[in-house]
Design a protein around this ligand. Structure first.
Ligand code: COS
Length: 393
């Protein structure tokens, strides 16, 4: 099944996006990966996405193209289009793509030239797998409550503690990890570090199994020694850096949810047009037409908020006047993931018994969408962010 690219005619997009969308649709149509083993499949997707140049949209090009990116800056609209299209085809392909961007995003935003040169080209080619380690068992929504501690030692740092729900955990080559460096200072006492997977004292072997399998692990740091060059960004500036990274990638989570919702709608339309019932097709029933109408409106509402958040950020960058898009990204993420859940549920209901049969597309989408309402800030966190922004405006 092929997604349409009609939405690329909207004024949110430029020629570069109008060229990218159809090219990606053609490429992904020819890709089939056995996804039974999530770690193996994710590695395979990273390899294919890297070999074919798609991961180059996860990083900027840098001067003379030295950082490996396809475009000058991290382009939010390109990220959205890529995630939307990949998620339509395979949520795991989308995951593999997205984590390269999220895991390296803080290096793009705050890395030294040496850090950027050491990591970004390899992320863009797929030679290194990236991960973003912020959450802890008792510090998910309240990210500032983390207890993982980085202590200054001779010539560097010692990290102790544990991180939970870390995507790409166990297969990543490096983890951008946030740890307390001044425990009494709350969110102003957190610093980011780039921790290579082979660092002594880091154990990423605890694979967490989830309803929609993808590489996910707990990280255990036991006197994990880092040299001073591992510090990423400002000392005690890590919370802000994490939030700035999420501002970019939350709009892309919305893109992924949109891709899944578009796929569910397409599956529902196909099924409704062919399923015979009471002497007519399912699509001939007004009840079905109303559902399809509702699904289409939910999809479009999500699309417009998603494209707005991405466009707003890109436009600020283009004008050399970066704007904070925290509330817009939160609205997009919340609306697109919640709407996608409803659309997928309606599509599943329309399929009747087939909808719950393992192996049916709507059945896997029903599981795939669920975690998007939780990760990178649960819906409840997005509500808080939006409410706070409205009250401050
Ligand atoms: N960009 C820049 N700075 C930001 C920011 C952003 N988007 N969001 C917050 N900050 C800054 C604030 O300006 C504030 O700075 P000062 O200390 O200089 O005043 C600081 O960070 C703390 O902000 P705030 O007081 O809003 O922090 P809270 O502890 O209240 O937490 C929420 C805010 C809940 C929004 C935050 O913890 C969050 O997003 N949680 C979800 C985390 C998440 O997404 N986890 C999933 C991880 S990836 S799977």
């Amino acid at each position: 099944m092929t997604p349409t690219t009609a939405h690329l005619a909207l004024p949110f997009f430029d020629d570069v996006h109008r060229e990218l969308g159809p090219r990606l649709v053609d490429w992904i149509a020819g890709q089939q990966v056995d996804e039974n083993d999530d770690r193996k499949a994710c590695r395979e997707w990273v390899k294919r996405l890297g070999d074919s140049g798609w991961l180059r949209y996860c990083v900027p090009s840098g001067s003379d193209g030295a950082l490996g990116g396809a475009l000058d800056t991290l382009d939010s609209r390109a990220l959205v289009i890529l995630r939307e299209t990949l998620a339509f085809h395979s949520p795991l392909a989308d995951f593999a793509f997205a984590m390269q961007g999220l895991g390296s995003g803080a290096i793009t935003l705050a890395g030294t030239p040496a850090q950027q040169a050491a990591y970004l080209p390899q992320v863009a080619s797929g030679a290194k797998i990236a991960a973003f380690a912020l959450s802890e068992a008792d510090a998910g929504s309240d990210a500032g409550a983390m207890t993982t501690r980085a202590t200054q030692v001779e010539r560097g740092w010692a990290v102790n503690g544990s991180k939970c729900w870390i995507s790409n955990g166990g297969i990543a080559d490096f983890y951008v990890t946030f740890a307390k460096t001044d425990p009494g200072a709350g969110t102003r006492g957190i610093t980011a570090f780039i921790i290579d997977a082979a660092a002594p004292g880091l154990d990423a072997s605890e694979h967490i199994m989830v309803m929609s399998p993808h590489p996910l692990a707990t990280l255990q740091f036991t006197d994990c020694r880092l040299d001073g060059a591992a510090q990423l960004g400002l000392l005690n500036g890590g919370f802000r850096l994490a939030m700035q990274t999420l501002d970019i990638f939350r709009a892309s989570v919305a893109g992924a949810a949109l891709g899944m919702a578009r796929r569910a709608l397409a599956e529902a339309v196909r099924h409704a047009k062919t399923r015979q019932m009471f002497g007519q097709t399912l699509a001939d029933f007004q009840l079905t037409q109303a559902k399809i109408g509702e699904m289409a409106a939910l999809v479009d509402a999500a699309a417009l908020l998603t494209y707005r958040a991405a466009w707003l950020r890109d436009e600020g960058e283009r004008l050399g006047n970066p704007v904070r898009v925290t509330a817009e990204a939160a609205m997009a993420k919340m609306t697109a993931t919640e709407n996608a859940q409803r659309v997928i549920d309606m599509a599943l209901q329309m399929h009747g018994g087939l909808g719950v049969k393992v192996g049916t597309k709507v059945e896997s989408l029903y599981r795939d969408i669920r975690s998007l309402r939780i990760y990178e800030g649960a819906t409840e966190v997005q509500l808080l962010i939006i409410g706070k922004a409205v009250l401050q405006s």
